[in-house]
Design a protein around this ligand. Structure first.
Ligand code: UN1
Length: 494
């Protein structure tokens, strides 16, 4: 299957670095990393491509993205399977990720005719003032293993219609899916005809490659998805040269289950959000505040559902929980569980699964941890299927605890009480970038702006007006009179 997929995307497996599947630890390809020289050359190519692309009318740029969307539609199954093979997410989610790419392409095509600026009333007679959005320049996209293709597409589809070129550094854990996307992009570019060469490129490597992109003044915008630690290191490097960042970092997403909640829906939402993608989404549900009156119904129901979760090969139908990405991830999970225990947590689940059949892979039993309070371990994002559960009696206290973590990505409440629902999404409610009512925190649609506050980094990608981050704003004032009135009524007669 591996060889078929690689040849489907014309990927040559060649180089000193072995790529392994988290499904069984088997080698699925070999790659070479870029070095300082090749990264430099690619940035130079991106700058050249940008200079040509910025003058192509935006709706025509949209046509390229439309063709790319067509390639994705035609290759959805193969790309979804490659995502499953390389990132270990179940096939349904692998396919969902490609669908997310298709959706953002459609969005971007429409957007290519809607890069609107304002016309502003000038205070001076015979003057017109307007705001125009111009392409920003080459955009670097640094992405994580857990959404190896969709997050790049959110950035790339918008950047391309905005008139930018794109340089993508995928996670070193998922280079093959990036090469597959590159192959599909190149097919689209060929059909498009006259797209500049090197409009979208991939650079492979480790942290040093990311650093080169962060430092380079030829790249005005760096969009990075990953851990808070990564963002904390990268952001000052970009800021030091006055580049802009779009950061999508850690989350510590919560759900409040109120007394009136529809518990059957809440259980289903919790399962998808807490154990889907083996707890490796930035939007994964990690904290659950359950009202005292429903705690003893909801939590046993959850434990029962957890006990029957089908853990296994993510490419097999029926599997709901695939492997963790690697050994380090599993060890982080174990460490977090031990430290939660030391803080008084009662752990149900956890530990390694399928060690006999998959000795070189790291499957874990998702864990529910009943916590006496929101301890330091709960406030920390561990990228694994651990759900910390806490009991509450008073809505205000639950809301305060909800917001009392350093991260601010996604959040939700299950309630039929209109006041609670409205208060949750009001100014004094959830402090997150995403706030849902009767929906889990993960699986956002592309139409909204995606991202969050505090340690999540503040960036917004995908829908709404997130496109503005990929462009530069210009205020232009035109004088069509025969006089030269000055703003603020200043007299300056020579
Ligand atoms: C991520 O985990 O980095 O809302 C992105 C979601 C997906 C995107 C997650 N649409 O869960």
């Amino acid at each position: 299957m591996t060889t078929d997929l690689l040849s489907h995307f014309a990927i040559t497996s060649n180089g000193p670095h072995i790529v392994r599947s988290p499904i069984d630890g088997a080698e699925i390809g070999r790659i070479a990393y870029d070095d300082a020289k090749s990264v430099d050359a690619k940035i130079a190519h991106a700058a050249t491509a940008f200079r040509a692309w910025r003058d192509v009318p935006a709706p025509r740029r949209g046509e390229l993205v439309r063709l790319f969307g067509e390639e994705l539609r035609a290759n959805k199954d193969a790309l979804g399977r490659l995502v499953t093979l390389e990132a270990g997410k179940i096939l349904q989610e692998g396919l969902g990720e490609v669908q997310e790419m298709i959706d953002i392409c459609d969005f971007a095509v429409g957007l290519s005719r809607q890069l609107y600026g304002l016309t502003i009333a000038s205070e001076r007679p015979g003057h017109r003032m307007m705001e125009t959005w111009h392409p920003a320049g080459p955009v670097a996209v640094i992405s994580a293993f857990n959404f190896p293709v969709a997050v790049w597409a959110w950035n790339a589809a918008l950047a391309l219609v905005c008139g930018d070129s794109v340089i993508w550094k995928p996670s070193e854990k998922t280079p093959l899916t990036a090469l597959a996307c590159q192959a599909l992009f190149e097919r689209a570019a060929k059909r498009f005809g006259d797209a500049p060469a090197h409009l979208s490129q991939v650079v492979l490597g480790l942290r040093d490659v990311g650093e080169m992109l962060a430092k380079d003044t030829r790249i005005p915008v760096v969009s990075a998805t990953g851990s808070t630690r990564m963002g904390r290191e990268l952001a000052p490097v970009v800021a030091a040269r006055f580049g802009k960042t779009i950061l999508e970092l850690g989350g510590n997403n919560a759900m409040i289950v109120a007394p009136s909640a529809k518990l059957d829906l809440a259980v289903r939402a919790i399962l998808f959000a807490a154990v889907g993608t083996a707890g490796q989404r930035c939007t994964t549900l990690r904290r659950l505040f359950v009202h005292d009156s429903v705690y003893d119904t909801l939590v046993p129901a959850l434990k029962k559902a957890y006990a029957g979760l089908p853990i296994g090969d993510p490419s097999k139908p029926g599997t709901l929980v695939g492997p963790l990405i690697d050994k380090a991830s599993f060890e982080n999970m174990e460490r977090a569980l031990a430290s939660a225990k030391s803080e008084g947590g009662i752990v149900t689940g956890g530990g390694r699964a399928l060690a006999d059949s998959h000795p070189n892979a790291f499957y874990a039993h998702p864990a529910i941890v009943e916590m006496p309070s929101q301890t330091p371990t709960v406030c920390h994002e561990t990228f694994a299927p651990i759900l910390y559960v806490m009991r509450y009696t008073d809505f205000d206290t639950a809301l305060a605890l909800h917001n009392a973590v350093p991260q601010g990505l996604s959040s939700c409440i299950f309630t039929l009480d209109m006041q609670e629902a409205e208060r949750f999404i009001a100014a004094s409610g959830s402090d997150c970038g995403i706030a849902n009512v009767n929906i889990g925190p993960s699986g956002a649609e592309i139409g909204g702006a995606f991202g969050g506050e505090k340690e999540t980094g503040g960036g917004r990608e995908s829908g709404s007006d997130a496109w503005k981050a990929y462009m530069r704003r210009q205020t232009a004032t035109i004088n069509y009179s025969n006089a030269l009135p000055l703003a603020q009524g200043i007299e300056f007669n020579v």
